[in-house]
Design a protein around this ligand. Structure first.
Ligand code: BEV
Ligand code: ZN
Length: 258
């Protein structure tokens, strides 16, 4: 049986097939602002995205994912805590069955209803696949979603959900600008971590934005209409697709802000 988020295949079971689940730099973590170290040497994030690199939107059975053409540097992340240039590969979300949970990172124990991950790979490597297992291979920007007014930029994504309801469905998705999903303030926390889904590679420089973006409760409900299950199988709502916080194991979390 493949990994998922249920009692029989979920985060408590992943270590059976992916022993690095008990590793020294696992993600997500609980971010405790009072224990983060302000680092004046951290640069502002430099994100430049080209909407024409947006390719398609996919239900991969674990999340909803928007994939980008990464054969050029036109959608990329530089500066912040990283060296070099990292190309945007995809973004996806994690969310709960109700508005009181869903994020992977937590802030002093607070869970947000959802979390957006923008996944970038280090162009010192030849491809995402090669970079994915290297200690400096990936940089993921995390953005929390909180309940508020309807988010018109999120609405563009949600309109596609009816056509990708079940696992394996994908459809073309063009000219979307992911920077419209970023908060106004790009203050961030950063730490060395891992993929939060199997294979849980310890290859991620995490960059978690302090400021959330908003989604309405109705928009959150739309995420919950997606299915973990494939067409024709018993419908299994895609909810609670988040890994809980993992031990810090001596790591330092740095803040780009005072
Ligand atoms: N949630 S996550 O972004 O850490 N996990 C991933 N797995 C494959 C690419 S990103
Ligand atoms: Zn993720």
């Amino acid at each position: 049986m493949s990994w998922g988020y249920k009692a029989n295949n979920g985060p408590q079971k992943w270590v059976e097939n992916f022993p690095i689940a008990d590793g020294v730099r696992q993600s997500p973590i609980d971010i405790v602002p009072g224990q983060a170290s302000y680092d004046a040497g951290l640069k502002p994030l430099n994100l430049k995205y080209d909407p024409s690199t947006c390719l398609d939107i996919l239900n991969n059975g674990h999340s909803v994912q928007v994939t980008f053409a990464d054969d050029t540097d036109s959608s990329r992340l530089t500066d912040g805590p990283i060296s070099g240039l990292y190309r945007l590969k995809q973004f996806h979300f994690h969310w709960g069955a109700s508005d009181d949970k869903g994020s992977e990172h937590t802030v002093a124990g607070t869970k947000y209803p959802a979390e957006l991950h923008l996944v970038h790979w280090n162009t010192k490597y030849a491809s995402f696949s090669e970079a994915a297992s290297k200690p400096d291979g990936l940089a993921v920007v995390g953005v929390f979603l909180k309940i508020g007014g309807e988010n018109p930029n999120l609405q563009k994504l949600l309109k596609a959900f009816d056509t990708i309801k079940s696992k394996g469905k994908q459809t073309s998705f063009a000219n979307f600008d992911p920077s419209t999903l970023l908060p106004g303030c790009l203050d961030y926390w950063t730490y060395d971590g891992s993929l939060t889904t199997p294979p849980l590679y310890e290859s991620v420089t995490w960059i978690v934005c302090k400021e959330p973006i908003t989604a309405s409760s109705a928009q959150m409900a739309k995420f919950r209409t997606l299915l973990f299950s494939a067409d024709g199988a018993a419908p299994d709502c895609m909810v609670n697709n988040y890994r809980p916080p993992q031990p810090l194991k001596g790591r330092t979390v740095r803040a780009s802000f005072k």
